[in-house]
Design a binder for this molecule. Structure first.
Ligand code: PBG
Length: 335
C-alpha cells in the first residue's frame, strides 16, 4: 500500500528520481565519507617490520614505525581514528596477561609514537581485553576449570585501560564483555584526571564465527581452547543486546558498538532507535575476508562490494564503522 503522501501509479513513478546520475545524487538519503571510518591496525615488535596476515589478504602487522606511517596515511585520507591491536610475542604472554599492564607494552609504544608524530591530528582507539596477552587466549582471568572470572578480570581491565589512557589513548574500547567494566573504568579515568578520555564500549559483542582471521593477526587462535560463549553474546539474542547497551550507557559509555557488523545490522538499527546515542559497528575480520574471497573468486567486484556494505552500516544508523577496508574505502570516496 502507498503511504498516504503518495499518489498511485502512474502519478507516482518512483523511477523518475532514479533516471539520471544528478537526480540520484540529489535524492541520496545516506552519506558515507572517510570521516565515518575507523581503521583497525595490528602492531608487532621490531623495526621496519611488515608481516602480511595470510587469512586477511592485504592486511599486515606493522612495527611501531610502520604504525606511525599508517597514522599519517590515515590523516592524508581523512580517516579520523585508528584502532590499535597488539601481536604480543609468546614469551610475554602469561596466564594472567600481566603484559597488558606494562607501560612499555606494544600498545603503549604505538600510542606514544603516534602521539609524538601526529599530535592530535588523529584519534587513537585502544582495545581493552586480555586475549592478546594471555597464554590461553581468553579475554580474562581463568580459574582451574577454565571459567573466565568476571570481577577479578574487571580489576585487571581497569588497570589496562588506565595504562592506555596514561600513554595517550583517546578512546578506550573494552571488547571483553565482562559485567560492570564500563563503570569501573569510567570511575578510574575520572579519579586519575582523564576526564576527556572517551569510552566506546563493545556493548553488544556476539560469540561469532567471524573472528578467526583476527585471532591469527593477534596470535591467539592457536592458543584458544574452547570458545567465548560464557561471556560473549548468543547470536540468537536481540533483547539482551538492548539490555547490554542500556547498562553500558548507564555506567558511562560515550558511544556503543555492535559487533560483528553486517549480520547484526538489525541490532544497530534497534539500538539507534531506542537510545539515540552514537552507535558504531565493527565489520570484523571474517567479513573482510569474505569480501576479499568473493572478489578473488570473481563472485563480485571488490570496490562496489566495499562501498555498498559500508553504506549499509550508515543507513542502519551507524555513526561510524571499524573496517580493515578503511584505506581502500577512503581512497574510493576521495575519488
Ligand atoms: C578480542 C577481540 C576480538 C576482536 C576484537 N577484539 C576477537 C574475539 O573476541 O575473539 C575481533 C575483531 C575482528 O574479528 O576483526 N577482545
Amino acid at each position: 500500500m502507498n503511504p498516504p503522501s503518495s499518489a498511485s501509479f502512474p502519478a507516482t513513478r518512483l523511477r523518475r528520481t532514479r533516471a539520471s546520475t544528478w537526480s540520484r545524487a540529489l535524492h541520496r538519503e545516506t552519506l558515507l565519507t572517510p570521516a565515518d571510518l575507523i581503521w583497525p591496525v595490528f602492531v608487532t615488535e621490531g623495526e621496519g617490520v611488515e608481516e602480511p596476515i595470510a587469512s586477511l589478504p592485504g592486511v599486515s602487522r606493522w612495527s611501531v614505525d610502520g604504525i606511525v606511517q599508517r597514522a599519517r596515511e590515515a590523516i592524508d585520507l581523512g580517516i579520523p581514528c585508528l584502532a590499535l591491536f597488539p601481536n604480543t610475542p609468546p614469551e610475554k604472554r602469561s596466564k594472567d596477561g600481566a603484559e597488558a599492564l606494562s607501560p612499555d607494552n606494544l600498545m603503549c609504544q604505538a600510542i606514544r609514537a603516534i602521539r609524538d608524530a601526529c599530535a592530535d591530528e588523529i584519534g587513537i582507539l585502544t582495545d581493552v581485553a586480555l586475549d592478546p596477552y594471555t597464554a590461553h587466549g581468553q579475554d580474562g582471568l581463568v580459574d582451574e576449570e577454565g571459567y573466565v572470572l568476571n570481577d577479578a578480570t574487571v580489576e585487571v581491565l581497569t588497570g589496562q585501560a588506565l595504562n592506555q589512557a596514561d600513554a595517550g589513548a583517546d578512546i578506550i574500547a573494552p571488547s571483553d564483555m565482562m559485567d560492570g567494566r564500563i563503570g569501573a573504568i569510567r570511575q578510574v579515568l575520572e579519579a586519575q584526571g582523564h576526564v576527556n578520555v572517551q569510552i566506546m564500549s563493545y556493548a553488544a559483542k556476539y560469540a561469532s564465527a567471524f573472528y578467526g582471521p583476527f585471532r591469527d593477526a593477534v596470535g591467539s587462535r592457536g592458543l584458544l581452547k574452547g570458545d567465548k560463549q560464557g561471556y560473549q553474546m548468543d547470536p540468537a539474542n536481540a533483547e539482551e543486546a538492548l539490555r547490554e547497551v542500556a547498562l553500558d550507557l548507564a555506567e558511562g559509555a560515550d558511544s556503543v558498538m555492535v559487533k560483528p557488523g553486517l549480520p547484526y545490522l538489525d541490532i544497530v538499527a534497534r539500538v539507534k532507535q531506542r537510545f539515540e546515542v552514537p552507535v558504531f559497528a565493527y565489520q570484523v575480520s571474517g567479513e573482510y575476508a569474505m569480501i576479499e574471497a568473493a572478489a578473488s573468486a570473481g563472485a563480485g567486484e571488490r570496490e562496489p562490494l566495499v562501498i555498498e556494505t559500508l553504506m549499509a552500516f550508515k543507513r542502519a544508523g551507524c555513526s561510524g564503522i571499524l573496517t580493515y577496508h578503511a584505506p581502500l574505502a577512503a581512497r574510493l570516496l576521495n575519488g
